[in-house]
Structure formats: structure tokens, C-alpha cells
Design a protein around this ligand. Structure first.
Ligand SMILES: *Cc1c(COP(=O)(O)O)cnc(C)c1O
Length: 462
């Protein structure tokens, strides 16, 4: 067996077959998980290059290993494109493109700016925030952000579903956080960065935006710009931005202008760079950095802007089509790529909806909705349009998708009305009842045929 120069299908047919099956799942399903996307062929190619082989601990011009002249070029190109994409200049902003993903990027910022057990405020996880913004229960600290730091959540207003900035302002005055995070994983509305800035300034806190979900929309200038008001901006690069799985940290340089106590210089650069390496990481993933660079080049193109416009148009179309069928969208609609459905008025919960939709090849996730009693029984689902939009779906196609979702949810209601109270009763009924199985098969076939009409970027069969 040639260990070095055979193709994957020859050396490892077992694994290759699994990958082909995953490709076919992606091809025949409707991917509506809001954090997912299909990256481009050029990003996948960058990920599979010889850049992967190189160790380059340190930063361009200051590496711990030799032979990094080209790696330095790649990283500098990526840094320049990152600043250009968001209209930033290197006198005011710096960027670190080495974080392995979004979670390590956030942890690096906290490590840089907050002392151990210092205080951090972020949107609560059940209200649409992210685990890395801090999460703990009465029994357990779940996120490392809550283990190594002290986290205090802010909330949405359970009546409107909108972020309760007044409550954040009051709590921040008492808690005196070192960092306030403006960022979402399930929130369909624009953020008021100006208001966040005012609250941060009242308390001498840093304002960090985590734009992981919306970084593609920000690049296309379609949602508010976090750079206008924030000290630090983190992002993943694989969600709406449509690059490789990785993370990026932007930090302000120079004079901090907005403060009551006069001019204060930022000293974020060394702190953040040192927190990433050598604080938390070793050698950067240079193939991923190359992938980010090429994704960012794409993000500056008119075609990318058109794509992001369609992402939002599709989300608005989806929200409207579901509302016309009497479904409840949290906050009443969407400004971005997310549609947040409250299924409780229908008498359904997130787990049952997710299960039936998965069975008919629509991927989404159950999600808590405002006013849920327990995070263990979420009352809704989160839907997103970035991946379907990448495959070329337009408004009229999304109308069809809304009808598929509607038929799936009606089926879930029928199963529920004829099964016991527990989720396992529901699943058993769904699996055993021939009428329901027939309806599932019929709907799934229809959806798979529909999905297969839309091409996937990447390579043909893997
Ligand atoms: C997805 C996400 C992250 C984490 O990214 P990973 O790459 O999964 O570690 C962080 N913050 C927000 C707001 C996210 O949505």
C-alpha cells in the first residue's frame, strides 16, 4: 500500500464512502441551520494545500521556526484583506487571523482583557446568545467563560423578544463588567451598537462585538457596522462569511476617543496577540488562514454583496410565508438571515418539530423562545437562509420551502395528537405508524427531488 501518493478513494475506501454519503446528504437535503453554509471550491482547495504542512508559531516577521517567508506573505495578505473587507485602516485597527475557530477567538479576547474571575456580560444563551458569552445553571458552570471568569447574562424582553437594553444598563451598573459582548447566535434583529457603547462607557467596560453570525452581512454593508462603536470585534469565518472553519479577532489601535475621563490609548494589540499565541494556541493553521484570505477576497466582490442581499430577502420571504400560514415569528420578522419560530401557540415544541423536519430532510435546530420555562424543552426552532441561498434558491423557491416546512409541522401535529405525552412516545408513533411513515416518505422524496435541482459548490462527488 502506497502511504503517500494514492488518492483517498484508493487508500481508504471505507472513509471515502462515508464522505460520499455525507456529500449526497448535503445534496439532497435542505440545509436551514442558520450557522451553516457551503464554502466555495477555492476555499476547499486552499484548505487542501501544502500550507497545511508548515509550523509557523509566532507572527509574520517574528517566527520561532525557519522557512516562513511564504507563510508570512499568506498571513499578511489575509490581514490586509480582513481590514479592507470591513473598510478599516491599519492605523486604527489591527487583526489576528490565527484563532482556530470562533470559540477560541472569544476566549483569547477574555484572556487578554479580563483578569481571572473578572466580569463579563453577554446575551443569555436561551435568549439567543452563544455559549462562549457565558453560561451556567444553578447546578453547574457550563461554559469555560463562566468557569474562569464571572459571567452575568443580559436578557430579551419576554413580551417582545427584543433585547432589553434598559435592563442591561441597570445590571451593568451593579455588576461593573470589564467586557460587554454584543453578539448573537439566534436573534433576528439588528443590534444597537451605539446603545451598547453608551452602557459600556458608563461602566468603563470594553465593548466587544461577536459578529460570527452576521460577518458576511456586515461585509456587504447590509446590517449595522460594529466597528463604528466597538473596541474589539470577533468573528467566525464559516457562517455567513462563507469561508473555512476559523476565527478572527479585530482590535482597535491608537487613541480611544469615546470616554468621559479624557483620551486613553488602546493597548489591545500586544495583549490580544499574546493571548492567542503563546497564551492559548500553538502553530497557526496556515491552510485555514489561506482559506480565510480567499474568502475575504470574494467578500469584497459585487457578487458577494448580491448573495448577501438574497440571503436577507430569502429570510424575509420565509418569515412572511410562515406568518401567512399562522406561524409566530419571534420579534415579528427578521432583519438578517435568521427566522426564529415560536411553535408553542401551535401546541408543538422544538424537539418534535426538529425530529419530523429532519426525517423529511430539512435540517434546522430546536431553540428556546422567549418565556420558555426550561431550556430542556425548547418551544421553537431556528431557521436560516445562508446555505440555501448559496445553492441558488430565490424567493419563489423559498415559498416552496415554507410550504414543505408547513406540511412537516402539520404532520408533527397529527403525530402528536395520536401519541403519548413524552418525546419518546412521539418518536415511537412516528416510527411505527404506517400512515405516518408513508406521509414521511412521500414528503421526503418530494423534498429530495426539489433540493437536487440546486447545485452544491465544491468538488463533484466529495
Ligand atoms: C458560532 C459562534 C461562535 C463559535 O464558533 P465556533 O467556530 O463554533 O467555535 C461564537 N460566537 C457566536 C456568536 C457564534 O454564533
Amino acid at each position: 500500500m502506497d502511504l503517500l501518493n494514492q488518492n483517498l478513494d484508493e487508500t481508504d475506501p471505507e472513509l471515502f464512502n462515508i464522505i460520499k454519503n455525507e456529500k449526497s446528504r448535503q445534496m439532497t437535503g435542505l440545509e436551514m441551520i442558520a450557522s451553516e453554509n457551503f464554502t466555495s471550491r477555492s476555499v476547499l482547495q486552499a484548505l487542501s494545500t501544502c500550507l497545511h504542512n508548515k509550523y509557523s508559531e509566532g507572527y509574520p516577521g517574528q517566527r520561532y521556526y525557519g522557512g516562513n517567508e511564504h507563510i508570512d506573505e499568506v498571513e499578511r495578505l489575509c490581514q490586509k484583506r480582513a481590514l479592507d473587507t470591513y473598510g478599516l485602516t491599519s492605523d486604527k485597527w489591527g487583526v489576528n487571523v490565527q484563532p482556530y475557530s470562533g470559540s477560541p477567538a472569544n476566549f483569547a479576547v477574555y484572556t487578554a482583557l479580563v483578569e481571572p474571575h473578572g466580569r463579563i456580560m453577554g446575551l443569555d444563551l436561551p435568549d439567543g446568545g452563544h455559549l462562549t458569552h457565558g453560561y451556567f445553571t444553578e447546578k453547574k458552570k457550563i461554559s469555560a467563560t463562566s468557569i474562569f471568569f464571572e459571567s452575568m447574562p443580559y436578557k430579551i424582553d419576554p413580551k417582545t423578544g427584543l433585547i432589553d437594553y434598559d435592563q442591561l444598563q441597570k445590571t451593568a451598573k451593579l455588576f461593573k463588567p470589564k467586557v460587554i459582548i454584543a453578539g448573537i447566535s439566534c436573534y433576528p434583529r439588528n443590534l444597537d451598537y451605539k446603545r451598547f457603547r453608551e452602557i459600556a462607557d458608563e461602566n468603563g467596560a470594553y465593548l466587544m462585538a461577536d459578529m460570527a453570525h452576521v460577518s458576511g452581512l456586515v461585509a456587504a454593508r447590509l446590517v449595522p457596522d460594529p466597528f463604528e462603536y466597538c473596541d474589539v470585534v470577533t468573528t467566525t469565518t464559516h457562517k455567513t462569511l462563507r469561508g473555512p472553519r476559523a476565527g478572527v479577532i479585530f482590535y482597535r489601535k491608537g487613541i480611544r476617543s469615546v470616554t468621559k475621563s479624557g483620551e486613553i490609548a488602546y493597548d489591545l494589540e500586544d495583549k490580544i496577540n499574546q493571548a492567542v499565541f503563546p497564551g492559548l494556541q500553538g502553530g497557526p493553521h496556515n491552510n485555514a488562514i489561506a482559506g480565510i484570505a480567499t474568502a475575504l477576497k470574494q467578500a469584497q466582490s459585487p457578487a458577494f454583496k448580491k448573495y448577501q442581499e438574497q440571503v436577507i430577502l430569502n429570510a424575509k420571504t420565509l418569515a412572511k410565508a410562515l406568518q401567512e400560514r399562522q406561524y409566530t415569528c419571534v420579534t415579528g420578522g427578521t432583519d438578517n438571515h435568521i427566522v426564529w419560530l415560536d411553535l408553542r401557540p401551535l401546541g408543538l415544541n422544538g424537539s418534535r418539530a426538529e425530529k419530523v423536519l429532519e426525517d423529511i430532510c430539512i435540517a434546522c435546530n430546536k431553540n428556546t423562545v422567549p418565556g420558555d420555562k426550561s431550556a430542556l424543552n425548547p418551544g421553537g426552532i431556528r431557521l436560516g437562509t445562508p446555505a440555501l441561498t448559496t445553492r441558488g434558491l430565490k424567493e419563489k423557491d423559498i415559498e416552496k420551502v415554507a410550504e414543505f416546512i408547513h406540511r412537516g409541522l402539520q404532520l408533527a401535529l397529527d403525530v402528536k395528537s395520536r401519541s403519548g405525552p413524552m418525546l419518546k412516545d412521539f418518536k415511537a408513533k412516528l416510527a411505527e405508524d404506517p400512515e405516518f411513515q408513508n406521509r414521511i416518505t412521500e414528503l421526503r422524496t418530494e423534498i429530495q427531488n426539489f433540493a437536487s435541482l440546486f447545485p452544491l459548490p465544491g468538488f463533484d462527488d466529495y
